[in-house]
Design a protein around this ligand. Sequence first.
Ligand code: ADP
Ligand code: MG
Length: 703
Amino acid sequence: MNKDVLNGLFRPKAVAVVGASATPGKIGYTVVKNLIDSKYEGNIYPINPKASDILGLKAYPSVKDVPGFIDAAVIVVPSTLVPQAVIECGEKGVKGLIIITSGFSEVGQKDLEAQIVQSANNYGMRILGPNIVGSLSNSDKLNASFAPFLPLAGKASLVSQSGALLIAIDAATYTRKVGFDKLISIGNMADVSIADIVEWLNEDENTTCISLYIEGLKDGRHFMEASRKARKPIVALKAGVSAHGAAAAASHTGSLAGAAKVYGAAFQQAGVLQATDLDNLFDTTLALSLQPPMNGENLLIITNGGGVGVLATDAAEKYGLPLKFAPADVQAELKKHMPEFGSAKNPVDLTGMAGNEWYADSVRFSLSHPWVDGLVVLYCETAMTDPQEIAIAIHKAIQESGEKNKPVAVSFVGGERSAQAMTWLVEHGIPAYGAPDKAVNALASLREYARIKEMAHEDTSICKNENREQALKVINAARAEGRESLTEVEAKQVFTAYGLPVTTTTLAHTEDEAVQMANKIGFPVVMKIVSPDILHKSDAGGVKVNIKDEKEVREAYQAILSNAKAYKADADIHGIAIQEMAPWGTEVILGSINDPTFGPTLMFGLGGIFVEVLKDVTFRVTPVSTSQALRMLGEIRGAPILGGVRGEAPRDRKMLADTICNYSSMILDLADEISESDANPVLVYEEGKGVKVVDARIILKKK
Ligand code: ADP
Ligand code: MG
């Protein structure tokens, strides 16, 4: 990131509008007018070879004719004229180009887009867009866009990949009372990426929360790195999570992964909160932009009404912050600020008799008590109290408590007076919501932010147990035969190269050879068809387990061959695998996909035949450290099974985590080779007894 250039782009001291127009209704007119109307204090230079004056400003034929410097040029000329405009801006020494013009990669004009980026970069310029609404900044009084006005002022900054949505959000900031400092339209992201802007906003003094509307990232790993390093909360709404998974998949993992899962994992790993919908993006942005993270689990709710208290209690559980009873000393003190029939437990019910003072006293005390990590204050409008006075009392109590590291959110339920009081609260830095569950959800987000921030900084050291050459030998041999899928035998050789514990496996080409090998491995053995044309071996009758003697080996050999031929007459059969029979263990699945956005991504879940039905799986973008792997084990619904249920001993989670870590190393190291893979099942034994990979599958990348 070149900070000076991006400062010029987003906080310019002088702006040119290339393609400025004196004709109302044209974008070139609107942009100039918006700059004037937003009371922009820098110089505005309309550029138009045919005009001498636009909206009372002197116009110039070219940026090169402008006497002073220009930081940013807003470009609105037709796409065919953009290359020339870029060159002239470059020669003028412009820093950033805000290219509103459309007609580039979004309509298939990729070369034209690449050309202007190349040309701009050659001059050291960066491009925002093309195909955007523009860029708006309250702190710079800059509306360099065709959106009608600056948003309601606030401390969050929003980056939107959708222009129409950005304009809609701009207007909605006033009705929803969620303020923003900057709104940045990113369009085709030909040059400046969301990651670049996250890095830049992280340094922007006027932004306390970064809010993102994302349709698809271009460089997922850069985004993750930028977000992980950010010291400000980031909340993202990812749209388009339903279609991606439709792509045909050859592995279990491929069919279970989808954009939703992978983006979800990436956001979590990068410390980015994920908004569930547009409403939630606003609500979360409001909380994150105004309040500190919640650094513990103890949420206290203060209310004047039992009903909203119960609703908030339900919401607390739903959003992962279940309420606990306040400790005795907290209760004793709070009891002083309510009538006899109030409740000091949690929710703290001050009763409908609660006036300003009770609210103020209980808020002040609660915030200063070490047990309380965060506070939700609820108020139901009553005939006896004035919402505005309650709001003032709450605000004053927060100030007086002197507490700056504990978040507070408020919900007033009532009519116009309550709505006005909430607007006042928001203006005074306290997020306020029309429903109690939303206030609780706001604190849950602040808690989640603290939690994922801790996780994003945890140990990421990865396992190194690699024999890349050995793996490549196997892969290249298969490629030489024109194959893109490895057999189980080959896949296990690749697994072994990365320290994964696989069952001893040999390949027999004749019945006699099979007998010999079985004797060598020791009975019982497992026999399986080995054919690149048969990926799901059991489906083809190609797996026989628990083979106890020579006679059974011979029978199985013939049976498997004839089953395979019946299943697929022209299958290329490499032979029959003879392998050690692993003792029973808990079945789990490890797998990977090579995600187009984030690269090698690992999946873990409970395995066996129901994996695709139960979908009890969790994802991580690689690399995955052992401690992250341990966390994955706890994330699936079936986690207690690994802990040992119904008198069974706990499973060897440590070895499983190490195995996940090695798996991650494998798919990362072989990112150019492996497209999908899975180990299904991996058998997990009692603590201290390790794990065993009994089946392996690798699909190669097309080359
Ligand atoms: P596929 O998934 O292609 O049908 P697998 O190799 O996974 O074939 O075998 C099917 C099932 O047989 C496995 O899920 C596992 O329960 C069992 N199995 C396979 N290999 C072994 C082995 N070496 N030891 C013990 N059980 C095995
Ligand atoms: Mg299998």
